[in-house]
Design a protein around this ligand. Structure first.
Ligand code: TRP
Ligand code: ZN
Length: 879
């Protein structure tokens, strides 16, 4: 992720259009668990302007036969070296036929064709993005090669009663020996990464749907029999997503069937294969007994995300993987807009900005930092990052803010129309958005090209005599003195008077006078903006709605932030003021200086805690200061255990200020109306109840433990149950052990619920957790072969538990390095992702830095690492 990266680097600047296209592809599979065979027939088209020989990608393929234009090739007419098959004498219009053998059961990397579950009960499926298709057959495996697919699946009927591939069904039939066949034809040319098949014993739920433009579609969700009853919520979410895309973007579905399949064995969240989405069960299954409110919302969001890809990704795809954010950033933004419409818009914004700060800012500040459109990579799977997804979505949000709602829709219409069926670039995207609105958006390309979180410094000056308020904005890139081109930064501004009322804004040269908020665009290194008719020095509310992904520097007095926290009518900005104030309060504690911010923060929240009209979910978020990872980002020398202690103290001061009595009363009040319902009010009550119980635990431990035991026992659903268990575990309650055992037994057959059991324990702060993690590895249900399980134990420990992972003796680092080696041999993608937990090691305090450095160097010296893991480790050493 660095300029000095390996020779293996692939560069954006080296892009060449493909010399060979494949107009159509026929695939005939003979499927079985241990060994599958596949014949592929490619109809080739040559670019007359190029004369390179035909070269096809292929990895881990056993070539059984090969023929060109009907003639079996002699051994000297082709070469298969370094995962490339080079074939002589191919012509425009040639037909290439290959037959290969695949070994699905032995495929632990979960890329290409693999087995989910056990040999006897499991099913077969594929994962092709980004470059998995080359693990299935020989093909020019790049997204700018788009083909018509005809796929025939043959398998034993009893073992594989369900056979699915993308596209429309095109016939079924019986074969000898108890086998059967099923055929699919996809009328929409697509890149190979969107190919998918599924084969096995699966149950389904189904629903009829008619698109706004009148197409009858059958929606099917498939899952193993023990899970099919947990698919109804996802089906509802799918229907909502389809309707929303019709209304919000005028996008209709375009095949006769749409399938979603759930699997427990999946490297990421979900995959948008054309007509056959495949989901990690974690983001599809939901039921009251085993899913939390947050998980319900995640299911809705991921179902929407994958569905929205049908246009932003599939109909319009990416020219090359450098353009990944063209589909991912845009689709995340579309999902965010959908979720904001379905639920509470401010809460959704709070959630997304928190995620950005927790996951993307640290990425952008450390050794694996890269632009939203990277300039080079070694292993593309390492670039499915928070930067490409989340920062990418923020860039689309800025563009949509720049154009306004209607202008953005106009631009998107033109983008879809002009690029339908094409493999497009970010320039195509900005070009369409701009052209439809007669503005030049190309300056925003600079955002896509530079890594690092920009800093935005703001200064305000009030002049009583001229009654003007001048806002001066200065931008500087994050990487010190490095020269970077100025970025267009839209800054949404509001001004408050000292009573907390918003002023009517008047600016010269602006058409809209008297609005309460306005957007000023900083498109040079610095600029000043003058507001007129401002009688007294106002309190500015800057970057409202988080209008640009920057770090804002403005020297607020604590009382000014407290005023915004008390009065801003917009929930997001209210929360943001509270977050800034909490950071200052944290610094009060850390530096042992005056308590001014701490007092302002706790006073303001104690007042809000008593307010009757406030949204209870928002209140829960207001009562939650920035997390340990965010706080660490602000430190020059990081001691995660000291940060943890201060973070706890900060919350203790808040709990003390509100008082045990008020907390207990609120808890009892919320506990009394405890329900299992999923509506917004019920969810909000549970969210606030959880937060109240946590705060109460800080000031009245024994009484809180007693309450938690009751809540655990009587919980109507998973949100309350898990919250109670968490409080018991973290307060080291005497009753924790039996609750943990009871949960383990109760959910022995529910993998997703067990994942939460592992994660909760792995996230208990402190030195003792490392030994607990080692003990949990011995649990009969633990395995390194399942990515969700790895994530729930090790991911939760190394990423979700800074004070547990960063033990002063370095034992956490050694454990991670050990497991990375074991994991890398099985599944390089998952190993590489877990390894990014070392991000930020250079800023650790000297002792921990030394220990981390030793462990990472040792890994770097190991030449048996996969390309995936090696790229991450090498970057870590270079930062
Ligand atoms: N395109 C998928 C999404 O964001 C993510 C994805 C990329 C993926 N590579 C994958 C999913 C590998 C599973 C496995 O929607
Ligand atoms: Zn996506």
């Amino acid at each position: 992720m660095n300029d000095t990266q390996e020779n293996a680097a692939i560069r954006l600047a080296d892009y060449r259009a493909p010399a060979w296209h494949v107009d159509s592809i026929e695939m005939d599979f003979d499927l079985d668990i241990e060994s599958s065979e596949l014949s592929t027939r490619l109809l080739l088209r040559r670019d007359p302007a190029q004369d390179s020989p035909l070269r096809l990608n292929g990895e881990n393929l056993e070539l059984l036969s090969i023929a060109l234009d009907g003639k079996t090739l002699d051994a000297d007419a082709y070469r298969f070296v370094d995962d490339l098959l080079e074939i002589d004498n191919a012509r425009d219009g040639s037909v290439l036929e290959t037959r290969v053998r695949l070994r699905p059961a032995a495929n632990t990397a979960l890329e290409g064709l693999y087995l989910s579950g056990s040999h006897d009960a499991g099913f077969l499926l594929t994962q092709c993005e980004a470059e998995g298709f080359r693990h299935i057959t020989f093909f020019p495996d790049r997204p700018d090669v788009q083909s018509r697919y005809t796929v025939t699946l043959r398998a034993n009927r009893e073992r594989f009663p369900v056979l699915l591939a993308g596209g429309n069904p095109d016939g079924v039939g019986d074969l000898d020996n108890g086998w059967h066949w099923v055929r699919f034809v996809d009328p929409h040319p697509k890149p190979s990464y969107l190919f998918a098949l599924v084969a096995g014993r699966l149950d389904k739920i189904t629903r009829d749907y008619v698109t706004a433009d009148g197409r009858k579609v059958v929606l099917n969700i498939w899952a193993e029999s023990d899970a099919i009853d947990r698919c109804h919520y996802a089906m509802d979410a799918l229907e909502r997503s389809m309707r929303w895309d019709e209304r919000a973007f005028g996008r209709n579905y375009d095949l006769d069937v749409f399938h979603i399949v759930a699997t427990h064995d999946f490297n990421m969240g979900a995959m948008e294969n054309k007509g056959l989405n495949i989901f990690n069960a974690k983001y599809l299954l939901a039921d009251q007994d085993s899913s939390t409110d947050d998980e319900y919302r995640h299911v809705e969001a991921v179902v929407a995300h994958e569905y929205f890809h049908n246009w932003s990704g599939n109909r319009v795809t990416c020219r090359d993987w450098f353009q990944l954010s063209l589909k991912e950033g845009l689709t995340v933004f579309r999902e965010q807009s959908f979720s904001a419409d379905m639920n509470s818009a401010p809460l959704k914004r709070i959630e997304d900005v928190s995620l950005l700060r927790r996951a993307q800012f640290p990425e952008d500040a450390g050794p694996i930092a890269h632009p939203v459109r990277p300039a080079q990579y070694s292993e593309i799977n390492n670039f499915y990052t928070a930067t490409v997804y989340e920062k990418g979505a923020e860039l689309v949000r800025m563009l949509s803010g720049h154009l306004g709602k209607q202008g953005f829709r106009r631009g998107m219409d033109l983008y879809f129309e002009r690029n339908d069926g094409r493999a497009a670039t970010l320039e195509d995207f900005l070009g369409s958005l701009g052209e439809a609105n007669q503005v030049d958006l190309m300056p925003y390309l600079a955002w896509y090209a530079q890594a690092g979180t920009p800093r935005l410094k703001a200064e305000g000056r009030h002049d009583a005599e001229s009654r003007t308020y001048t806002l001066r904005l200065i931008q500087h890139g994050s990487n010190g003195h490095e020269e970077k081109p100025a970025l267009p930064i839209p800054v949404k501004v509001g001004l408050f008077d000292r009573d907390g009322e918003m002023l009517d804004l008047h600016m010269d040269g602006q058409t809209s006078h008297g609005e309460k908020e306005t957007v000023v665009l900083l498109d040079q290194a610095q600029a000043s903006f003058v507001f007129r008719d401002v009688v007294e020095a106002p309190v500015p509310s800057l970057l409202r709605g988080f209008s640009a992904p920057v770090i804002l520097e403005y020297e607020y007095a604590p009382a000014e932030l407290a005023l915004l926290l008390a009065h801003d009518p917009d929930g997001f900005n209210q929360w943001e003021a509270g977050q800034q104030l909490a950071c200052r309060a944290y610094e009060n504690l850390r530096d042992g200086v005056a308590d001014d911010a701490l007092i302002a923060w706790t006073d303001a929240l104690a007042l809000l805690f008593e307010a009757t009209e406030i949204d209870q979910a928002l209140l829960a978020d207001l009562l939650t200061p920035p997390g340990e990872i965010e706080l660490a980002e602000r430190e020059a020398s990081v001691d995660p255990q000291r940060i943890h202690a201060l973070h706890r103290q900060l919350q203790l001061r808040l709990a003390e200020r509100i008082g045990a009595r008020a907390l207990a009363e609120k808890y009892e009040m919320l506990h009394k109306c405890s329900t299992i319902k999923l509506d917004a009010t019920s969810q909000a009550q549970r969210r606030l109840k959880r937060r109240t119980l946590e705060l109460l635990g800080l000031v009245d431990s024994a009484e809180t433990q007693r309450r938690a035991v009751t809540q655990y026992r009587e919980a109507p659903g998973m949100t309350d149950r898990l919250a109670a268990l968490n409080v018991l575990l973290r307060s080291d309650a005497p009753q924790a052990g039996s609750a943990v055992a009871q949960y383990r037994a109760r959910y022995a057959d529910n993998a997703l619920a067990l994942d939460k059991w592992f994660a909760l324990q792995a996230q208990v702060p402190g030195d003792a957790t490392l030994d607990r993690v080692k003990m949990l590895e011995q649990d009969a249900s633990f395995t390194l072969r399942n990515p969700n399980r790895v994530q729930s134990l090790f991911g939760a420990f190394v990423r979700g538990n800074p004070s547990g992972f960063h033990r002063a003796d370095g034992a956490g680092y050694r454990l991670l390095a050990d497991r990375l080696l074991g994991l890398d041999a099985l599944n390089p993608q998952v190993a590489a992702r877990l390894a990014t937990a070392f991000n930020g090691w250079q800023r650790l305090e000297p002792c921990r830095r030394e220990l981390a450095h030793a462990v990472i160097s040792e890994l770097a010296g190991n030449d048996a690492l996969s390309r995936n893991l090696s790229e991450i480790i090498v970057s870590m050493m270079q930062g």
